[in-house]
Design a protein around this ligand. Sequence first.
Ligand SMILES: [Zn+2]
Length: 180
Amino acid sequence: MWPSPNNYGRGAISRPKEVTMIFTVQLAELDAGSLALTGEVPLAELDVELHDELMHVTHPLIYDITVTLANEFLTAEGRLATTIDCECSRCLKPFEHSLVLEDWRLELPLTGEEAPPIKDDAVDLTPWVREDIFLALPQHPLCVSGCPGLPNPESSPTETASEAEPAPSIWAALDSRKTH
Ligand SMILES: [Zn+2]
């Protein structure tokens, strides 16, 4: 059931359960110079899952970064971009949120307490990529800034109550309180 090495990377065909190695850099390769990482990967393969009913990850992450190693510091910089399927937190209209980290930069010391885990002489940058995507997500997705939201029946209580509700306005007030 393991994906064969030939299929590896073809996300649409084989979807390995384990996280991809895309952002794993071999330190030996960096000794020879910088390393360019360019391509796209489904966010799900980076283990980016949003436990938010207003946001969904269905689009790939497009990355174009350069990794260098100098003075025991691993530096990655470049561009990360994706699109998040959102629903407006005020009016519930679906829309696409373009998430672009234009000047993304990561600097990791390879020694000391803040050093990343080094396994088989390689460092996986995925956790930092993932975290920066999370940090860039909108807190409350809005279809347009200042979206007025759904029409609010409580905005003009006297008019709504007297026109649409034959019942005394006290019942209308109670009803609207119950539904909220
Ligand atoms: Zn809206």
